[in-house]
Design a protein around this ligand. Sequence first.
Ligand SMILES: [Zn+2]
Length: 109
Amino acid sequence: MSFVYLLHFDQPIAPGKHTTQHYIGYANDLAARLQEHECGRGARLTQVARARGIGWVVARLWHGDRGLERRLKNRKEAPDLCPICGRALLVRYADEIPAVDIERHVMPF
Ligand SMILES: [Zn+2]
């Protein structure tokens, strides 16, 4: 089973330069992938965030593949997908995992 996830960073990665505060990723093994991010590997953005002491949370989670990841990234509206930022647009073509179940997938042990 594979997942597409939306990370919300506690603050913009580089205030003033650009206001990126989200990352959309894809993983077969979600817990392992998130652990890589925690260790500053796996994506440039989480690497930079880790180096700057910026934390993050999994804001949304879907069952899906690279196609869904690409589709969500291409929308270029991550802030509008993020419930922490107050919007959380419904993605009608995606199979979303309810917010109450996210933690169970993030920390399966
Ligand atoms: Zn957000």
